[in-house]
Write a protein that binds this ligand. Structure first.
Ligand code: SF4
Length: 209
């Protein structure tokens, strides 16, 4: 892991991003990111923020209005229902600030009990909103990690999250997530990984000829 981390840092630097302290925004953003690209996700998110002046207003709006606002993000019918259900489940005051000081396991358990929220979304909220110790494993991170031999092939996402968290030095969660994601997008593609040009090929058991 240390060798991989160092090589990725050489390639992509050490990403830094201050926690934004808006867990609801992170929850909604991860719902909007499903089955679309970053640009469409962001357009949908901005339209939602422009249409409604608070998360309470989104929660209390008819689902059709939410759907209309987020339409550019795709599968808006499903996503609008999901967003409303999550906001309703969070409770009357829509306050998740308690997570800042709560044990991470407690916060993760709470988030994973929300409708449609799994380990990846929970990890995004904990890491990006509050800088807490968790690391999201998306499809890119999962693919790169499996090819590099970090994960058991075919392991479920729950196990991937536990394993990557166990291997990640405290404080390196954001850096490893972002750099593995970048490597998956730029070099270690799903269909045709550019192994000949890959700076990690000598340490990669999954490299292709
Ligand atoms: S050598 Fe190939 S499979 Fe391994 S990390 Fe690089 S691009 Fe991915």
């Amino acid at each position: 892991m240390q060798a991989i981390r160092t090589r990725l840092q050489t390639l992509y630097g050490t990403p830094a991003m201050a926690p934004h302290e808006d867990p609801l925004a992170e929850l909604v953003l991860t719902v909007l990111s499903q089955s679309t690209n970053d640009r469409n996700r962001d357009v949908a998110f901005l339209r939602l923020r422009e249409r409604f002046d608070s998360w309470e207003a989104v929660r209390d709006a008819p689902v059709g209005e939410i759907e209309e606002a987020i339409r550019p993000g795709g599968i808006s019918k499903v996503k609008s229902v999901r967003i409303k259900a999550i906001l309703e489940a969070v409770g009357e005051d829509l306050d998740l600030a308690w997570m800042r000081d709560a044990p991470v396991e407690e916060s993760r358990e709470y988030l994973c009990a929300l409708p449609g929220v799994g380990r990846k979304t929970a990890a995004c909220v904990l890491l990006f909103a509050y800088g807490l110790r968790d690391i999201p494993v998306d499809t890119h991170v999962s693919r790169v990690g499996t090819r590099l031999g970090l994960f058991r092939p075919g392991a479920p996402f729950e196990e991937l999250h536990d394993e990557l968290l166990r291997m990640t030095p405290p404080g390196a969660e954001l850096e490893l997530h972002v750099n593995m994601l970048r490597h998956g997008r730029r070099t270690c593609h799903a269909q045709r990984p550019a192994c000949r040009a890959c700076a990690l090929r000598r340490m990669c058991p999954g490299r292709q000829a």
